[in-house]
Ligand binder design. Structure first.
Ligand code: ADP
Ligand code: LRH
Length: 490
């Protein structure tokens, strides 16, 4: 088949990138054409995303792909959960809140009291994260924006709407909202009714691999491309795309999609909605080709990146990620472990409530040795992440009745060799690290298939990734008592 060349937009909470992706014969190849920093903006106490700025950077990136070769398709994936509301004229109402905004405080407990934890989990199969879209909408009940809303669009669908004018909700991302019935594969309308939410704002679901449509004429003109270039619905949840890009060779593998968040879990054929899964608070998100991503959200490298931001603001100018990780690798192992999923770590670091101090406070509270220096705190973060990975890989396997042979780590965090080695040690399994840009690769592959590339199924896509990208292997080492370390964390 003829080579396919596409633009893959992959939006992370800390950076957005636009890649050119090319599939030809035996290889898939991506090249970064544009990268821009991303982060929430605080206005009058609320945290919002700069979605117009993101749209501008997305256009700039797609334009760059188009300038450098043929353009056969465009696909967008991003972090999940966050959404915009459109009025009846299709205009964005107000701002797009960040899931780290505090307006959802206490809402999850209220909803659980109203509908019951078992019903909620039995319907949606979703982990209790305070910021789930369901809770954001409940927090917005009675606001002018929600009352005027005709349509709710998740971020990639909103950006896709601005490119094509087509309204819809791509399924992998819709499944993260806790507004989606994982048993029936439809919006959880009864749940919405019970909570007094306007379920009519939820647009029709669309499948990964379907076409949103051609570009709007003004967008095509601005980009200097033909209006026929289709926007393709990829696995628009970045984690769904990242799991497509996992270069797995065996059937029983665990994965960690390691970026701002760490998503730790398994790919399954069907959801696990048992009482044990609910109590372990595992999520069942939908993957590409009807798979289920049975996983746990772990606070991830956010804790380290926010600590770095805090140190650099406090003039530890020499604190640089690579050297810090290097120094941490020499530091006493497992001296301090904390519950890296403590909700207090969710909020951005501020001058009056800096991230490193929060970690020290968690350690003090748990009777652990309190870390003070940047190196000690970094070591505490990587050790605590590895302990969490161990717990969640093992729990996922026990709940799903599988035995993973290997842990694949993809995303920016796969470049953290110290963490990859500790992950292998903690899990007692080999770690295969890379590719870094698995989400962009998954985006390219799903577009490629929609545009005619011969990629019948996920194993075929993963074969192509394996043939095109090297991975680094970390063997588990003995020597540290990870079970004892895990028992120090609640
Ligand atoms: P997101 O998509 O959520 O924005 P990424 O997948 O880009 O996140 O991963 C970002 C994280 O990757 C950073 O917080 C950092 O900890 C880690 N990272 C990025 N580059 C490197 C590197 N060269 N070495 C080690 N870690 C890195
Ligand atoms: C990772 C991610 C994760 C979501 C979170 C909001 O980028 O999409 O899967 O839970 O962001």
């Amino acid at each position: 088949t003829a080579p396919v060349r596409v633009a893959a937009v992959d939006l992370g909470a800390t950076s957005g990138r636009v890649m050119s992706g090319r599939i030809s014969g035996e290889r898939v190849e991506i090249n970064e054409m544009h990268r821009f920093p991303n982060g929430a903006v605080r206005v009058r106490g609320s945290l919002f995303w700069d979605v117009l700025g993101i749209h501008r950077e997305v256009l700039r990136g797609i334009g760059e792909v188009a300038r450098t070769g043929p353009l056969h398709g465009i696909g967008i994936d991003s972090w999940a959960i966050d959404h915009g509301l459109l009025d009846r004229d299709g205009q964005l109402l107000g701002q797009v809140f960040s899931h780290r905004d505090a307006r959802v405080d206490g809402i999850a407990d209220k909803v659980v009291a109203e509908v019951g934890a078992a019903t909620l989990y039995g319907t949606t199969g979703i982990q209790q994260l305070p910021f789930n879209t369901l809770y954001q909408l409940v927090a917005a009940r009675g606001t002018a924006a929600l009352e005027a809303a005709e349509t709710m669009l998740l971020l990639p669908d909103l950006l896709g709407y601005w490119l094509t004018g087509a309204l819809g909700a791509e399924r992998t991302n819709a499944s993260t909202t806790q507004l989606y019935d994982v048993r029936t594969g439809t919006w959880a309308v009864d749940l919405c009714r019970e909570l007094g939410l306007p379920w009519g704002i939820l647009p029709p679901l669309r499948e990964p691999g379907s076409l949103l449509g051609p570009l709007l004429p003004d967008v095509a003109r601005e980009l200097g491309v033909s209006a026929d270039v289709p926007v393709v619905a990829v696995g628009s949840h970045d984690t769904a795309s990242a799991v497509v890009g996992v270069p797995a060779e065996v059937r029983d593998f665990a994965y960690i999609s390691s970026g701002t968040w760490s998503l730790v879990g398994l790919e399954l054929d069907r959801p696990v909605l048992t009482e044990d899964a609910r109590l372990a608070d595992f999520t069942n998100e939908i993957g590409v080709d009807g798979t289920v991503r049975f996983l746990k959200n772990v606070m991830g490298l956010w804790v380290l990146s926010e600590s770095l931001r805090s140190w650099s603001e406090r003039r530890y100018k020499d604190v640089e990620l690579r050297s810090l990780i290097e120094a941490a690798s020499e530091f006493e192992p497992l001296r301090t472990v904390v519950d890296i999923n403590d909700p207090r770590l969710l909020f951005p670091s501020t001058a009056s409530d800096p991230m490193p101090e929060r970690i020290a406070a968690l350690a003090a509270e748990a009777g652990e040795v309190v870390p003070h220096s940047p190196v000690a705190i970094t070591r505490c973060i990587v050790d605590s992440l590895a302990v969490a990975y161990r717990r969640h890989v093992r729990t996922a396997a026990a709940l799903a009745g599988t035995s993973p042979e290997v842990v694949h780590v993809v995303g920016g965090g796969s470049q953290n060799e110290v963490l990859c080695q500790l992950t292998a040690d903690a899990c007692g399994l080999p770690v295969l690290a890379g590719p870094v840009e698995a989400a962009a690769l998954g985006n390219v592959l799903v577009q490629g298939r929609a545009l005619g590339a011969d990629l019948p199924d996920l194993p075929a896509m993963r074969d192509l990734v394996r043939r095109s990208y090297d991975v680094r292997r970390f063997e588990p080492r003995d020597g540290l008592d990870w079970a004892a370390a895990e028992s120090r964390v609640p």
